[in-house]
Structures are given as structure tokens and as C-alpha cells.
Design a protein around this ligand. Structure first.
Ligand code: NAP
Ligand code: F7E
Length: 339
């Protein structure tokens, strides 16, 4: 069972498990029109059995777990956009923190043999206390999202230690793909620049260009999630690429994959990126995209995952940016994406 099956990671994980011969129950919240475009993109829409599940509704979670008693339960559903968490701190706490306790309680009572995976995050390191970050690095979250996820992490550890559940927490650094949501900076850049290239828009507006992230490919990271649940004992694992790059660097590589060449001028809110091939200003800064508190630098060390799980990322940073830019170029050609 996968919660968040309609999201980026949920869809890649569903594909991985189906390819391994699993029966996949995809827990999705009720909506007037359930968002299945990622499952369509991967060609698995008809292979995933959708089960209605709302993170905020304990009775719903209990019934679903009692009825299905899944062998493995991956909790990927969340309000996952950091910027939105500053506007919706209470909802984010309910969906990203308390919901984890709801699920663990239901597993404890109705299906204690179920192996549980919690989608924890490098955002818990926030204002980093050491470089690079590993499993034992002290946490210092910088957003309501990071704070909520920290509860989700520790309640997972606590149910493992208190009740003997096979409950693992994956502390995952940023992972992206052509299926990333459009509000996250990577997809905003690749979709935005592809649409600039094809004349659907004039430029893109970004926030903090100096932020550094450890960006990997989502398809590699879901493999690590699965490996965690195949271990005899549960635990906590960092998954990362062990490299870090600025947002500015991501823009440069995406532009290059789209046959553009960015030259920077100005500083801070006056910084501008010009495509030297057309002479047009294609990147400007809008302080609206700055955050009340920022995570300036993330870089992980996934040595434990490599040693214990035999996990290592496969796709390079450059390959990731190129694959996202190419996918968005194709989408922009048929002009169906205007973001
Ligand atoms: P995503 O694309 O934003 O997907 C989030 C999923 O959660 C969607 O399927 C969404 O359903 C579902 N959801 C949200 N609120 C819900 C609710 N109240 N009840 C039921 N379902 C709900 O996120 P992602 O990038 O795949 O990330 C997967 C998980 O990993 C998240 O928990 C995220 O916080 C965590 N994480 C992500 C990264 C990363 O870099 N991607 C890194 C570390 C941790 P709808 O389709 O209906 O909106
Ligand atoms: O921001 C900066 C922004 O929104 C990355 C989620 O999956 O990974 C993700 O969280 C950086 C930040 O991702 C814009 O300030 C500049 O420093 O793509 P993002 P995130 O906040 O790192 C973690 C690991 C998760 O767990 C989360 O669920 O880019 N930035 N300009 C911008 N960010 C956005 N979104 N938009 C901009 O215009």
C-alpha cells in the first residue's frame, strides 16, 4: 500500500513494485477529479488498485488498514511544498505530523506485521549543524513543513522502539523528475524555460538563487525506500547524491539543454539572466518567492544506505537536469503546458 500514489514518488514506487510482481494498493484522497496523470505517464493507471484514504480521517485509515492488512505500507502522502507550509502551518502539522501517528496506531492495532516506511526529509536538518548531513546530524528545521516532518520521523522511531513495529524512516534529500510538481524550483525552471523557448511566455521569476540542494532522481530514490523494507530490522537511512549545487547552476544547465546560454548580471533582487542567443531577459527575481526562513545548504552523505542497503544513486545531476528539460521541451512543443 502506498499513500500519495498520485504524487511524484508514489507513482515511481508503484511502478517499481508492479515490476517486481507486487499487488499495489494506491491510497488516494477523495477528490472531484482524482489526479492520475503521473500513473498515466508511467502506463500503470489500470494496474494500481485505488483505495480512498484521507490522511486527516482516523476512522478511514483504520478501516483501510484493517480490511487490507498490507505486507508493506509506504507513507508518501503529505503537504510537501515547503513554501505553502508557512501559509498553512496547522494543516501541514495535521497531514505531515499527526497523520503519521494515526497510521502507526492503526497498524499497531489492526496489522502489526505490516512493514512501515515514513517519508522523512533533509528539511529536518534545516539550518545545518554539520556538513555533510548524516543520520546522526542534529536536526534544526526551518519551516512548519520541516517541524511537522520531524514529528513524523520521531514517532516512527518511537513506535519501532515501543511496540516493535518494523518501521523505517528514510531521510531523503531533494529528488526530482519529469513528474515533479510545477511549483518546485526544478520543474518550475525546466517547464518555464521550455515555454520561453517556444514562445509561450517571456521569462520566469525565481527567488533565492544561492540556495544549494543535493538533487537526485526520484526513480533512484524509490528503490532505496523498497530496500529499507526488505531488511530484517528497521532503521533510519539518509538517501542523497552527496553533491550540492545552487539554483543558479540548475538554471544554467537547464538552459543549456534547451539550447539557450544564460549570462548573469546584477545582484540580489536586481539579478537578471539573459539568453545570449536571443538577447532576451529570461530570468528575473521576484522577492515573493523568498521564504520567511531559508535552508541555505543541504548536502548528504548516504554511506550507511550504500553499506547496509547496497543503494547508490544511478543518475547524475547533469543527466537529471537534461532529462527534465527534454521532457518539458516535448510538452512545450505541443503547447499543452503553459506554466
Ligand atoms: P508530492 O508529489 O507532492 O505528492 C504528495 C502526495 O500526497 C499526493 O499524492 C497528494 O495527493 C497526497 N496528499 C496530500 N495531502 C493528502 C491528504 N490530506 N490525504 C491523502 N493524500 C494526500 O510529493 P513527493 O515529491 O512525491 O514526495 C513524497 C513524500 O516524500 C512526501 O511525504 C514528501 O514530503 C516527502 N519527501 C519528498 C522529497 C522530494 O524531494 N520529493 C524529499 C524528502 C521527502 P493529491 O494528488 O490528491 O494532491
Ligand atoms: O525549493 C529555492 C527555494 O521548493 C528549493 C520538497 O520536495 O525538497 C523539497 O523542498 C530551493 C529553496 O524544494 C524558487 O527557496 C528559489 O531554497 O524546489 P523547492 P525544497 O524547499 O528544497 C525537500 C527535501 C522536501 O522534503 C520537500 O517536500 O529553491 N527557490 N526560487 C525556489 N523555490 C521555489 N519553489 N520556487 C522558486 O521560484
Amino acid at each position: 500500500m502506498i499513500t500519495g500514489v498520485t504524487g511524484q514518488d508514489g507513482s515511481y514506487l508503484a511502478k517499481l513494485l508492479l515490476d517486481k510482481g507486487y499487488t499495489v494498493l494506491g491510497a488516494a484522497r477523495r477528490s472531484a477529479s482524482v489526479n492520475l496523470w503521473r500513473l498515466d505517464y508511467l502506463g500503470i493507471r489500470d494496474k494500481v488498485k485505488l483505495v480512498p484514504m484521507e490522511l486527516l480521517e482516523f476512522t478511514n485509515i483504520c478501516r483501510v488498514i484493517q480490511d487490507n492488512k498490507p505486507d508493506e505500507f509506504y507513507n508518501l502522502a503529505a503537504q510537501s511544498f515547503v513554501a505553502a507550509s508557512f501559509e498553512m502551518p496547522l494543516y501541514t502539522a495535521d497531514a505531515d505530523a499527526i497523520a503519521v501517528a494515526r497510521i502507526l496506531e492503526a497498524i499497531r492495532h489492526y496489522s502489526p506485521e505490516t512493514r512501515f516506511y515514513q517519508a522523512s526529509t533533509s528539511e529536518m536538518f534545516g539550518k545545518v549543524q554539520e556538513v555533510p548531513q548524516i543520520e546522526s546530524t542534529p536536526f534544526y528545521p526551518r519551516s512548519p513543513y520541516g517541524v511537522a516532518k520531524l514529528y513524523g520521523h520521531w514517532i516512527t522511531v518511537n513506535y519501532r522502539e515501543s511496540f516493535g513495529l518494523h518501521a523505517s524512516s528514510g531521510i531523503l534529500f531533494n529528488h526530482e523528475s519529469p513528474l515533479r510538481g510545477l511549483e518546485f524550483v526544478t520543474r518550475k525552471i525546466t517547464a518555464g524555460l521550455a515555454n520561453v523557448k517556444h514562445g509561450h511566455r517571456s521569462h520566469i521569476e525565481l527567488g533565492n538563487m544561492d540556495a544549494k540542494r543535493d538533487w537526485g532522481f526520484a526513480g533512484d530514490f524509490v528503490e532505496g525506500m523498497w530496500r529499507m523494507l526488505q531488511q530484517d530490522t528497521s532503521g533510519d537511512y539518509v538517501l542523497s547524491t552527496n553533491e550540492t549545487h545552487t539554483v543558479r547552476k540548475f538554471v544554467e544547465l537547464a538552459a543549456s539543454a534547451l539550447d539557450m546560454n544564460i549570462e548573469w548580471s546584477g545582484e540580489g533582487v536586481d539579478e537578471v539572466g539573459t539568453d545570449t542567443k536571443t538577447g532576451k531577459q529570461v530570468v528575473t527575481i521576484n522577492p515573493q518567492f523568498y521564504r520567511p526562513a531559508e535552508v541555505d545548504l543541504l548536502i548528504g552523505n548516504s554511506e550507511k544506505a550504500q553499506t547496509v542497503l547496497g543503494w547508490k544513486r544511478q543518475m547524475s545531476f547533469e543527466g537529471l537536469v537534461e532529462s527534465m528539460a527534454k521532457a518539458d521541451n516535448d510538452r512545450a512543443v505541443d503547447s499543452s503546458v503553459k506554466n
